[in-house]
Design a protein around this ligand. Structure first.
Ligand code: FES
Length: 102
C-alpha cells in the first residue's frame, strides 16, 4: 500500500505501508519526523497530519477520543486527523497527507 506524505519542508515522500498498519506507523518506519509520543494510543496528538481533500472524506469519522486530542493540538484545520487513527487498507491505498507543524 502506498502513502504519499509531504514533510514540513514541502518535500514529497512515497511510503510503503502494510495492510493493517496505521499511517503513523508508515511515517515513523520511513523515518519522517513525527514524534508519535504515545505510540498510537490516541493520547498525545504528536502524529497530527492534514489529509488531502478527496481522501479526508473517505476516512472513518474521528472517534470522540481523537476529537478530544485534536482539540489540544496546534494549527488544527478542518482536514486534521491523527495519523495513528488512520488504518492502511484498500480504502486508504494512495492517501495523501501533510505533516502538521510540531
Ligand atoms: S501517536 Fe499519540 S495520538 Fe497518535
Amino acid at each position: 500500500m502506498k502513502i504519499f506524505a509531504r514533510d514540513r519542508k514541502g518535500v514529497e515522500h512515497t511510503l510503503e505501508g502494510n495492510d493493517g498498519w496505521t499511517v503513523m506507523e508508515a511515517l515513523r518506519d520511513a523515518g519522517l519526523p513525527i514524534t508519535a509520543e504515545c505510540g498510537g494510543a490516541c493520547a498525545c496528538a504528536t502524529c497530527h497530519v492534514y489529509v488531502e481533500e478527496g481522501w479526508f472524506e473517505k476516512l472513518n469519522p474521528a472517534s470522540p477520543e481523537e476529537l478530544d486530542m485534536l482539540d489540544m493540538a496546534l494549527a488544527v484545520e478542518p482536514n486534521s486527523r491523527l495519523a495513528c487513527q488512520i488504518q492502511i487498507n484498500a480504502n486508504t491505498d494512495g492517501i495523501k497527507v501533510t505533516l502538521a507543524p510540531e
